[in-house]
Design a protein around this ligand. Structure first.
Ligand code: 4NP
Length: 153
């Protein structure tokens, strides 16, 4: 069965589209079939492509985010996806607040990289550390794919 995974941050222009792009390429390299998307808890940037500085940092590592467009997460996403992956505790709390009965599991992305020393993917829109964010996202992505391969659904 193809696992459907939605990555969630605040604006859907930095962290979650990057997570989507990174996991997409790493899954393809491993031959793992996934349906991926990303969304924001806020509606500030709906319809916009990923933030220019984020795209630049990503493309220099081979991740092309240019076709992605921001959207807001909805309650229907809990049925449309198997797993919702939040970038920080605020995103996680938002998802738990809007969660209908049942539906997708909600996890923190950093849970897949327990040695990374943080429980949040810092927001580069504010930190300006786009490469540091990508470093962390790549570690979490490997951990997520390891977990999926260890316990396929
Ligand atoms: P993201 O970063 O949640 O990683 O997409 C943000 C980008 C923009 C805003 C918030 C977060 N904003 O409020 O404009």
């Amino acid at each position: 069965m193809t696992q459907r995974i939605l990555f969630v941050c605040l604006g859907n222009i930095c962290r979650s589209p990057s997570a989507e792009g990174v996991v997409k390429r790493k899954a393809a390299q491993r031959g793992v079939n996934l349906d991926l998307d990303s969304a924001g808890t806020g509606a500030y940037h709906v319809g916009e492509p990923p933030y220019a500085a984020m795209q630049s940092a990503a493309i220099s590592r081979g991740y092309d985010l240019s076709n992605l467009r921001a959207r807001q997460v909805t309650r229907t996403d809990f049925a449309a996806f198997d797993l919702l992956v939040a970038m920080d505790a605020d995103n996680l709390a938002h998802l738990e607040r809007i969660r209908p009965q049942g539906g997708a599991e909600v996890v923190l992305f950093t849970d897949y990289a327990p040695d990374c020393g943080t429980d949040a993917v810092p927001d580069p829109y504010y930190t300006r550390d786009f490469d540091g964010t990508l470093d962390l996202i790549e570690r979490c992505a490997e951990g997520l794919l390891d977990a999926l391969e260890a316990a396929p659904r």
